[in-house]
Design a protein around this ligand. Structure first.
Ligand SMILES: Nc1ncnc2c1ncn2[C@@H]1O[C@H](COP(=O)(O)OP(=O)(O)OP(=O)(O)O)[C@@H](O)[C@H]1O
Length: 256
């Protein structure tokens, strides 16, 4: 089982205000909220890449400073929003920095290839890939960095808007992969703007508004129409049948 994360009264300038959360090991958590709500800021704190002004962040009861650099690099993967690679590298050259040295040439774990479909992109220069292809390569890089920990169910994976630019098939494939890996013990936290997909695939959602947690818990209990309206200042209709949630946003006037 991977690492549990505990935030206690975290404040970061005007970006995060009094955030207290417990993210259990082996759970896939989706962070939801409007633009500027503080999702990326919270993920930076969870990745240990940004220090809070006050409050405490503990990974399995330890502060980030108590882990060694190599130890962290071995189990903590981070995917940043809108990563642009400035060097003229091919996907194969990028992966050479991260892939398992004991594996053969062009080794890509089957689960990663199944979800992200990057093997045909290996010889291509990254700056010639489409936005969605670049996103898939970057996500693959984040997984590869910690893949041996992922296989042991000991990784912490933090993804800022991983669905950005992905087509619908790859969106579902990635979220299915995240669910499978968290069920195997890995701790996964990601931000998302697609409420329907989060309702379908998150174990837990955290609703943020103006730097504060408004609600957190299982999608079925937290993602009510009233709660979503409060968080996004927008009308929602949430229907549930046979345990499946259907979320529609806005109001639609039928025209004849
Ligand atoms: N480095 C920074 N310094 C100061 N303020 C920042 C910084 N980065 C972001 N902010 C501000 O902090 C608030 C939260 O930003 P953040 O990027 O965490 O939001 P977000 O929920 O991820 O938004 P989005 O959905 O648009 O990506 C915003 O008001 C933003 O303008």
């Amino acid at each position: 089982m991977s690492y549990a994360m505990a935030l206690s009264d975290i404040t970061l300038a005007t970006r995060l205000r009094g955030i207290s959360l417990h993210l259990h090991a082996g759970v896939c958590t989706h962070i939801l909220g409007a633009n500027g709500a503080g999702k990326s800021s919270l993920l930076l704190i969870l990745a240990g890449l940004c220090k809070a002004d006050s409050g405490a962040f503990l990974l399995d009861g330890k502060t980030i400073a108590e882990f060694g650099l190599a130890e962290l690099a071995g189990f903590r993967g981070f995917h940043q929003q809108q990563t642009h690679i400035l060097f003229e590298l091919t996907a194969r050259e990028l992966f050479q920095f991260y892939a398992n040295r004991n594996a053969g040439d062009d080794y890509l774990p089957a689960e990663l290839e199944q979800a992200l479909e990057v093997s045909h992109l290996l010889p291509r220069p990254l700056n010639q890939l489409s936005g969605g292809e670049q996103q898939r390569v970057n996500l693959c890089r984040a997984f590869l960095q910690v893949w041996s920990a992922v296989e042991r169910g000991r990784a912490v994976l933090i993804f800022d808007e991983p669905l950005q630019g992905l087509d619908i098939r790859h969106q579902h494939a990635l979220l299915i992969l995240c669910r499978r890996l968290s069920a195997a013990g890995n701790t996964i936290v990601l931000s998302c703007h697609d409420l329907q997909l989060s309702a379908q695939y998150a174990d837990q959602v955290v609703l943020l508004k103006k730097g504060k947690v408004v609600s957190a818990g299982a999608p079925l209990s937290v993602m009510t129409s009233a709660m979503l309206q409060q968080v996004f200042d927008f009308p929602f209709e949430v229907k549930k049948y046979q345990g499946i949630m259907h979320i529609s946003a806005g109001t639609r006037k039928e025209t004849t």
